[in-house]
Design a protein around this ligand. Sequence first.
Ligand SMILES: NC(=O)c1ccc[n+]([C@@H]2O[C@H](COP(=O)([O-])OP(=O)(O)OC[C@H]3O[C@@H](n4cnc5c(N)ncnc54)[C@H](O)[C@@H]3O)[C@@H](O)[C@H]2O)c1
Length: 344
Amino acid sequence: MKKLKVGIIGCGRISRFHGMPAADQENAELLACCDLVIERAEQMAELFGCEGVYQDYEQMIQEEALDLVHICLPHYLHAPVAIRAMQLGCHVLTEKPMAISYEQGVDMVKAAKKHKRKLGVIFQNRYNAGSKLVKNCLDSGQLGEVLAAKCFVTWCRTPEYYQSSDWKGTWDKEGGGAIIDQAIHTIDLMCWLLGYDIAQVDCSLANRDHQGIIEVEDCADGLIVFNNGVRASFWCMNYYSHDAAVEIDLVCENGSAKISAEEGRVLFHDGRELRAKPNPQESFDYGGGPSYWGASHLKQIDEFYAALAEDREPEINGELILDTAHKLIMSLYDAGRNNKRVIY
Ligand SMILES: NC(=O)c1ccc[n+]([C@@H]2O[C@H](COP(=O)([O-])OP(=O)(O)OC[C@H]3O[C@@H](n4cnc5c(N)ncnc54)[C@H](O)[C@@H]3O)[C@@H](O)[C@H]2O)c1
């Protein structure tokens, strides 16, 4: 079988979580890296063992005749670069968030359909051991109906973190703050566990500890009401002392479930208990990156390449994310910025 020709666009902090697994794929060859800062592209190309180094992603796609690009760019570039890459014939696996407006997400899905390309969006934590345990217990009916849910993300983003980035902390480039960048995974997981059949959302945004440093929220809380009446609440902020384990709690008819970082625990009313932890044999060192990014990029990337090999939609595809995580995150900002309840 012909090997897929692959390139990485954006060689910042997350890029090694894409480049290393891409370089290891049997049915693909990682040919090139692209970054506006050429030294970053050079450094990653050396790390991933590929020769192509570019500053212009269109040139990279055309000269290397690429079949697939991984997008590891600032949020505001996900949609335009994904759409252009698909126009140029590439499949696309983009980092979260899908985009910074709902309409951009719609355009990405339209482009994937028009150009018959596969579009994936990284939400790697859906593959965590704890997430899968809780999801299985819910979907199999063992836990019964969910009665209520809550989640917390209390992380630390210092002034230096924002000052060292030319795009974080801004509405036009990051598209938001604590929700779209940090809490997006945990809010998505909670709603994915509950089935994403949302009726309405309320949200409050605040900048409590980064005034004069960022335009966007460093704190948010909200209520997500599902069509079956279940209420799911969230609270997130990024002025804590450290990156504490994210937490999700579900109260269910037959017991309760808790996710803490990548671990899951289910306690049934009859006394049974199930636990899931990351398998240490599945963990690996990409040579950088905080532990809370987890070990599941590899799982989602493997699944995406399998989907390409089998010519089927990837599990976490653009259309699915548009209707679930992307619609939700954009609705939370609509509610929070316009001080209104958003009805689905
Ligand atoms: N899934 C996760 O857990 C996770 C974790 C961290 C980051 N991310 C996501 O990964 C993406 C990148 O984040 P990061 O922390 O690596 O950012 P970063 O700022 O470290 O890297 C972005 C890189 O893109 C380059 N770039 C900017 N414009 C470009 C252009 N037009 N062409 C080529 N290169 C360009 C920059 O020079 C920079 O090197 C974001 O979407 C972020 O939310 C996801």
